[in-house]
Design a protein around this ligand. Structure first.
Ligand SMILES: [Zn+2]
Length: 473
């Protein structure tokens, strides 16, 4: 059954297929590695991972690329505030991001290109834009994209409709490359070096000053490098639609002359926390560690993040995590009835596409219909009472495949032995690290975290406490 998905450019439900008939090329905007990713970021990554799993379950070969933004305003500001090299900050938060992704059972992307490792690709694309008249060098040596040179600008975000609204953004060059900044004006492709950038600078495109790339250009350059001039699918949170994805389209289509840059746009909606927008000032930018420190498991979080349709904003609550916990218990019970025990559903190796879905055909159909996870879960639980052990073999296999598609396999693994107690030496280091962190001495805190890790332990911090766990392998 082909998987259909809503395309946020054409606003239609369309079947997904690789344009080269071989491999489905999927690019997703990754994290900016200057701090821990929060559960709003992870909602998007979990949804993208689930789409990839559904496509693979359907027998498609997927090539998944997700970038790392390791140079921009935020990463530079963080390095400056800690008075450490940029790479110290970005390495630390990349490692943390990887650990969180592994805990949430996200399949690693096939490639994870970093912006600082692709400066030459970005410079080459900017030079192509300058040559074709789509960009200009400003008096300070920065380079801006000339939005008026691209008639397709604004299609994805329906910019014309926005500008008709009172209070629309004024046009004009915009320096910031932050997510939240919106402008209908020209945007930076290359930013001339400023003293605030410290040691961070590269030789610029021809005619421009030394400096660093703007934020948007990296995705155009890296997706092209690793997936070619036309992507099968591009994903991201809805907040990236404008200006980031709009700018990517402009840069890519003007720089390569190839239209379209991307055949399918996939945006997931916002996450609210306890009914409110996530923000630093409200203190509700929860991280995975915050959730674990409250005694929930990564699979309970994954389930809770998947429980709403990706095209609707999801209200995350701790009550929702409790519901996820009981739903996972029910799923294990169902697995036990069909397979003898939850663990007997294992191993959930990559499933065979032609295998029958039996009683779970409706659940699979829901996943193929615009990734409707809530409907699929409803279908699964709807059969909880009419399944009999006589039909169980086929149904158990089908349920195992659904569990893989939803990325919930770890919840069906054998229960682990009770957690071992950390030795006194590890506790002493953890106390020192906590004190250093409270004193905002991040260099010492990092060093101690590494020492604790070398002893085989991971420290999980919430805002008010920490706990120690054996290091995830
Ligand atoms: Zn991007």
């Amino acid at each position: 059954m082909p998987v259909s998905l809503f395309d946020s450019l054409s606003l239609t439900l369309r079947p997904l297929a690789p344009s080269d008939g071989h491999s489905f090329r999927m690019y997703c905007c990754g994290p900016t590695v200057y701090g821990p990713a929060h559960i709003g970021n992870f909602r998007t990554f979990v949804i993208q991972d689930t789409l990839r799993r559904v496509l693979e379950t359907d027998g498609l070969q997927v090539r998944h690329v997700r970038n790392l933004t390791d140079v921009d305003d935020k990463t530079l500001r963080q390095a400056q505030s800690e008075n450490v090299p940029l790479a110290t900050v970005t390495r630390r938060w990349t490692e943390r991001f990887h650990a969180d992704c592994a805990a949430l059972n996200l399949l690693p992307p096939h490639l994870e290109p970093a912006a600082t490792a692709h400066i030459a690709d970005q410079v080459a694309l900017i030079e192509a834009l300058l040559e074709r008249g789509h960009a200009y060098v400003s008096p300070d040596g920065s380079v801006y994209f000339r939005v008026s040179s691209f008639s397709g600008y604004g299609r994805l975000s329906r910019l014309a409709e926005r500008e008709l609204r009172p209070g629309g953004e004024p046009a004009g060059p915009v320096d910031a490359d932050e997510y939240e900044r919106e402008s209908g004006g020209d945007f930076a492709l290359w930013k001339a070096w400023k003293p605030d950038d410290g040691e961070v600078r590269w030789p610029g495109p021809r005619g421009a000053a030394p400096g660093r790339p703007g934020w948007h250009i990296e995705c155009s350059a890296m997706s092209r490098r690793h997936l070619g001039d036309e992507l099968d699918l591009h994903g991201g949170g809805v907040d990236l639609k404008f200006p980031h994805h709009e700018n990517e389209i402009a840069q890519s289509e003007c720089g390569t002359g190839h239209h379209p840059f991307c055949r399918h746009w996939f945006h997931s909606e916002h996450l609210l926390v306890e009914g409110r927008k996530m923000s630093k000032s409200l203190g509700n930018l929860h991280t995975l560690d915050d959730i674990l420190a409250r005694g929930y498991s990564p699979m309970e979080l994954r389930y809770a993040l998947l429980a709403g349709h990706y095209r609707k904003s999801l209200n995350f609550t701790f009550h929702g995590l409790d519901s996820a916990r009981s739903a996972l218990k029910s799923l294990r019970k169902l697995a036990a009835r069909l397979a003898g025990s939850p663990e007997a559903l294992q191993p959930l190796a990559r499933p065979q596409p032609a295998a029958p879905w039996g009683r779970f055909a409706g659940a699979w159909a829901a996943l193929c219909d615009d990734l409707n996870v809530p409907a699929a879960l409803g279908e699964i639980f709807g059969h909880a009472h009419d399944l009999t052990p006589e039909q169980s073999h086929e149904d158990a296999t089908a349920l195992g495949r659904l569990v893989f598609a939803l990325g919930l396999e770890p919840a069906f693994a054998p229960a682990s032995a009770p957690a071992p107690k950390p030795p006194a030496a590890v506790i002493a280091l953890a106390e020192q690290r906590w004190a250093a962190k409270q004193a905002r001495d991040f260099a010492t805190a990092d060093r101690l975290r590494a020492e604790i890790a070398a002893l085989g332990w991971t420290m999980l911090d919430s805002k008010t406490a920490y706990r120690l766990e054996p290091a995830r392998s």
